[in-house]
Design a protein around this ligand. Sequence first.
Ligand code: ATP
Length: 120
Amino acid sequence: MRKFIRSLGYACSGIQYALRTQRHMRIHTAAAVIVIFLGLIARLTVTRWAILLLTIGSVISAEMMNTAVEQVVNLASPSLHPLAKRAKDVAAGAVLIVSAAAVVIGVIVLLPPIWELLFQ
Ligand SMILES: Nc1ncnc2c1ncn2[C@@H]1O[C@H](COP(=O)(O)OP(=O)(O)OP(=O)(O)O)[C@@H](O)[C@H]1O
């Protein structure tokens, strides 16, 4: 149990580090807070909440994995190297893909209930 709590502390400090140092992480988090607020207003179904929360988790996890890749690349290759560039760009591309999908999912999941709330 003590080991689990210690591991939880390490994970929380990783989240703190990403929030403190990564502007994109703060942008994703702000977007997640807005989406959750809209979800509460729109009184989403359980299924819609599940999709939304999974999507939010995916984007924030991807951003954190990107941060981890950046840190490891900086450690392994402090000077410029084409492989370092490739690794960072691929990791950044992964965040872009999941973020673009999240925007589409957000619209699909949120728009119908908000529309219903406003116009019916
Ligand atoms: N060690 C390196 N060798 C070669 N290219 C690098 C290296 N570090 C970064 N780059 C490349 O330089 C460009 C800008 O990288 P930079 O680290 O400034 O921004 P980033 O990777 O988007 O990170 P951040 O999110 O912290 O701004 C990217 O294309 C990246 O792949």
